[in-house]
Design a protein around this ligand. Sequence first.
Ligand code: SAH
Length: 212
Amino acid sequence: MTYQRSRDRMLTTLMAMGITHPRVLAVMRSTPRHLFVDEALAYRGYENTALPIGFGQTISQPYIVAKMTETLLQHEPLETVLEIGTGSGYQAAILAQLVGKVYSVERIRQLQRQAREIICSLGLNNVSLRYSDGHLGLPDCAPFDAIMVTAAARQIPPVLLMQLKEGGCLIAPVEEEPKKQRLVCVIRHGDVFVKQWLDGVLFVPLIPGDLA
Ligand code: SAH
């Protein structure tokens, strides 16, 4: 089963919700999201909802993946992008088809292993997956053209902002109050960081401290 008709329906939904970037739409139309969820949930792989991926974590809603990706691509060219929170690996796989190189950090070893398998099986060889705490960013590979955080925190870790290149963009869900999160896009101009607030969202939390 190829799921192409399901993916086409997902695309119709994304366009109806305001996603317009042709390359984002094209990669979401061709990427097999059903492979990034448990086999028992594969039939729901193209619903516009977050789905469980084990360990209390979720694969993000397709609309949010598209929206965050489209927002970053406004700042092209993107040679290097850092993702915090690999999870299923779906967001990293989407980014890998649109930018030069993707680094993605995850704190749950098993999720990282599964993500690596799928990403390799899709032949995406410009993704580097790391097992580490996202609060530290990835100092050995910084600075980045863009950073995408896919888990919510009360505050964007300042270390991450300092790993942006000049003119670089960070997008992250920020918890304004309990159960109320909003996406924020931050652009770096020297030591000044300009914020733009976007959609309300619901992400799993960015876990502080030790690796799982
Ligand atoms: N981008 C993912 C969805 C992310 S779910 C996808 O496409 O499927 C959020 C992920 O962030 C979870 O896998 C969780 O384990 C991870 N995470 C939470 N806190 C973290 C931290 N401090 N460092 C690294 N990863 C973290």
